[in-house]
Design a protein around this ligand. Structure first.
Ligand code: UDP
Length: 382
């Protein structure tokens, strides 16, 4: 912990989160905050595979858990989280609230802070897909509109905020905490070798896929198309690994598409270190994940993004290609795989557009700047 942060009162900074990517990307900030962090988990991702094990693996303090949020519709998640957060903030008011990204937990945390006039920090502010069909887009625009401190990961993110008329004084370019998350949690080479051997894989000779966005899973025809493209790639010779997100698994069962998984190596969701190890040595990633679009740039691996739109155009310059579900997935995958080892080595040398790995340090300093005056006033009043 930095010296300034050790002066903050214990558990004075509430960090509200609810999903796997928030745990991953807030972990570096929580580590910096040390004993001043108070973790509150809404339970949006409530199960052990998606959440509990990440708290342990990322070395985070035990969170306060909200009740009956996971698995409910968006409005119910936000409503229930907001009500419970308000009660918690009423009982023990934090000096600041920190949220990250664009989930329902992010929005609930932001609204709860706003309702009690608690300073709000938004980590990963200013991403825009300009796709109004994505609930995440609404969450991020709403949170950015009420946050006091907006931590923009890239100059593009900062420009998006300024273009919306947000006061530049509220916006700081910090870089993205994903860079330090990857550096800290990527297992060392020897351990990665053991993990690959455990899965029967050779470096640069397999494909790693993830799939969970409603735009790909909720419509049966689209889900069938994406799975059929992955299955066809598997018949080309390279194993295709698919750690299955619980909601995608449920949708596949519901839509009776299990047969399409026959040629694919289906895995349970992986822990963070294991996922990073496999991503580090894959020939190609295929994913609709937000976090994976950033991680591929730190790991130096190519990615096909199966989405209508992206809020991370920075990844598209060198590392990733955006395609909508259809035969272009296989076409582009084969094109990228044909670049072979030289293509992979080139990407390994290409710098990530997401910053220098010091984002959490900058964000922690911004939080201190917010909290310190309040802590000072409280001390005077006591
Ligand atoms: N991830 C993981 N295990 C897996 C699949 C993904 O640890 O089996 C990590 C991945 O490295 C990234 C995060 O989960 O950090 C992304 O989560 P997800 O795709 O669910 O959410 P998104 O980033 O799209 O919001």
């Amino acid at each position: 912990m930095s010296p300034e942060l050790s002066e903050l009162p214990a558990r004075s900074v509430a960090v509200v989160l609810g999903t796997r990517p928030e745990l991953v990307k807030l972990a570096p900030v929580i580590h910096r905050l040390g004993s001043s962090a108070r973790l509150i988990h809404t339970g949006q991702h409530g199960d052990e595979a998606m959440s509990g094990r990440f708290v342990a693996e990322l070395g985070l303090p035990a969170p306060e858990l909200l009740r009956s949020v996971g698995g409910t519709p968006r409005a119910v998640q936000i409503g229930r989280s907001l009500e419970q957060l308000d009660a918690l903030f009423g009982e023990h008011p934090p000096a600041a609230v920190v949220v990250q990204g664009d989930t329902n937990a992010t929005l609930a945390g932001a609204l709860a802070a706003n309702a009690r006039s608690i300073p709000l920090v938004h980590v990963e502010a200013g991403l825009r897909s300009n796709d109004a069909a994505m609930p995440e887009e609404h969450n991020r625009v709403l949170v950015d509109s009420i946050a006091d401190v907006l931590c923009a990961a890239t100059p593009e993110n900062r420009a998006n905020l300024l273009a919306e008329g947000i006061d530049p004084a509220r916006v700081t370019l910090t870089g993205n905490t994903v860079v330090e998350a990857v550096r800290r949690h990527l297992p060392p080479a020897e351990r990665r070798g053991a993990l690959l051997a455990h899965h029967g894989l050779e470096p640069d000779h397999y494909i790693l896929a993830t799939l969970h966005r409603p735009e790909n899973t909720d419509d049966t025809a689209t889900l069938r198309t994406v799975l059929a493209e992955l299955a066809a790639l598997a018949t080309d010779g390279l194993p295709v690994l698919l750690p299955l997100h619980p909601r995608t698994r449920a949708r596949i069962e519901e839509a009776e598409l299990g047969g399409l998984l026959d040629g694919i190596t289906v895995l349970a969701p992986l822990g963070y270190g294991e996922f990073l190890a496999l991503a580090r040595h894959t020939a190609l990633l295929i994913s609709d994940s937000g976090g994976v679009q950033e991680e591929c740039t730190v790991l130096g691996r190519p990615l096909i993004v199966v989405r209508r739109s992206t809020e991370r155009p920075e990844s598209m310059a060198h590392f990733a290609h955006l395609v909508s579900p259809g035969p272009q997935i296989g076409r582009l995958a084969r094109h990228r795989l044909a670049q072979g080892a030289p293509g992979l080595r080139l990407l390994e040398r290409t710098p990530s557009p997401y910053g220098d790995g010091l984002a959490a340090q900058r964000i922690a300093a911004l939080i201190t700047g917010l909290v310190r005056p309040a802590a000072h006033d409280a001390a005077l009043a006591a």
